[in-house]
Design a protein around this ligand. Structure first.
Ligand code: HEM
Length: 220
C-alpha cells in the first residue's frame, strides 16, 4: 500500500532495486492483511449470527477434517460476502495513496493543474448511503443475490481502482480467504468477560482496531 518506489533508480544496481521492491511488498502486504483479519474478529464478535452462518457453511461444504483450499471458495459464498463486507466497512485505507495528475485536468468546473497532488477518498464510495443504503450496518448479505451468489458491485473498491490499483489485491484476497476460513473452521470466537471490542478505529497509515481481547474456543 505504501509506495517507497522513489528509492528505485536506474543508477542503483539490480540488488538494491530488488531489495526496495521486496521492502515495498512486505510493507504494503503485511499490515494491511493482518489489520483486516483483526477487523474480521471484531465484526464476528459483534455479529455472532454471522460467525455461526459462516461456520455452518464451512462445515457443510468443506467439513472439519481437512484445511480449506482456494478450490472451496466458490462453495462458501457467505464467507466470501462476509470478508467483502469487512473490507468495505473497515475501509482500512480510506484515502488510498496520493497521486498526481499527469496533465491539466478539468473536472466538475475545477482545474487540476499538471502535477498537483490528488487524494482519492475511497470512503466516499465505500460508505456512500446512495450506493449501499445502510453503509453503517455490517451486513454481508448485501453482497449476495436472491440465489445466494456473490454480487459484484463496481463501487466495491477497498483496493482502489484504475492503473494504480493495489498490486497485491488478488494475493490479499487469497490470503484472507485461506486464513479466515481456516480460523472460523477451527475456532469459535467469543468476547472475554462480555467486553465487546470498540468499532472505532485508530487512525494511522491504515485504520486499525483498538486493542481487544478475544477468546478462541476450539471447534473440535
Ligand atoms: C487487505 C489487504 C490490502 C488492502 C485493503 C490494500 C489496499 C491498497 C490500496 C487502497 C492501495 C492504493 C492504490 C492506489 O494508489 O490507488 C494499495 C497499493 C498497493 N498495495 Fe495494497 N492492499 C492490501 C494488500 C496488499 C498486499 C498483500 C500487497 C503485496 C503483497 C500489496 C501491495 C501494494 C502495492 C505494491 C501498492 C502500490 C501500487 C502502486 O502504487 O502501483 N497490498 N493497496
Amino acid at each position: 500500500m505504501q509506495g517507497f518506489s522513489s528509492r528505485l533508480s536506474l543508477e542503483n544496481n539490480g540488488v538494491e532495486n530488488l531489495v526496495s521492491v521486496i521492502v515495498d511488498l512486505f510493507g504494503a502486504g503485511t499490515v494491511t492483511t493482518a489489520t483486516i483479519i483483526l477487523w474480521t474478529l471484531v465484526y464476528l464478535l459483534h455479529n455472532p449470527d454471522v460467525q455461526e452462518k459462516c461456520f455452518q457453511e464451512i462445515k457443510e461444504n468443506i467439513g472439519q477434517s481437512r484445511l480449506p483450499s482456494m478450490k472451496d471458495k466458490i462453495n462458501v459464498p457467505y464467507v466470501e460476502a462476509t470478508i467483502m463486507e469487512v473490507l468495505r466497512r473497515a475501509d482500512i485505507v480510506p484515502t488510498s495513496l496520493p497521486h498526481t495528475v499527469p496533465h491539466d485536468v478539468q473536472f466538475r468546473g475545477y482545474t487540476f493543474p499538471k502535477g498537483v497532488p490528488v487524494i482519492v477518498m475511497l470512503d466516499s464510495v465505500l460508505q456512500d448511503p446512495d450506493v449501499w443504503g445502510d453503509p453503517d450496518n455490517f451486513r454481508p448479505d448485501r453482497f449476495l443475490d436472491d440465489t445466494g451468489k456473490i454480487v459484484k458491485k463496481e463501487e466495491f473498491i477497498p483496493f482502489s481502482l484504475g492503473r494504480r490499483v493495489c498490486l497485491g489485491e488478488s494475493m490479499a484476497r487469497m490470503e484472507l480467504f485461506l486464513f479466515l476460513t481456516t480460523m472460523i473452521q477451527r475456532f469459535k470466537f467469543v468476547p472475554v468477560d462480555g467486553q465487546m471490542p470498540s468499532l472505532d478505529a485508530i487512525i494511522g497509515l491504515t485504520y486499525s482496531p483498538k486493542p481487544f481481547l478475544v477468546k478462541a474456543i476450539p471447534r473440535m
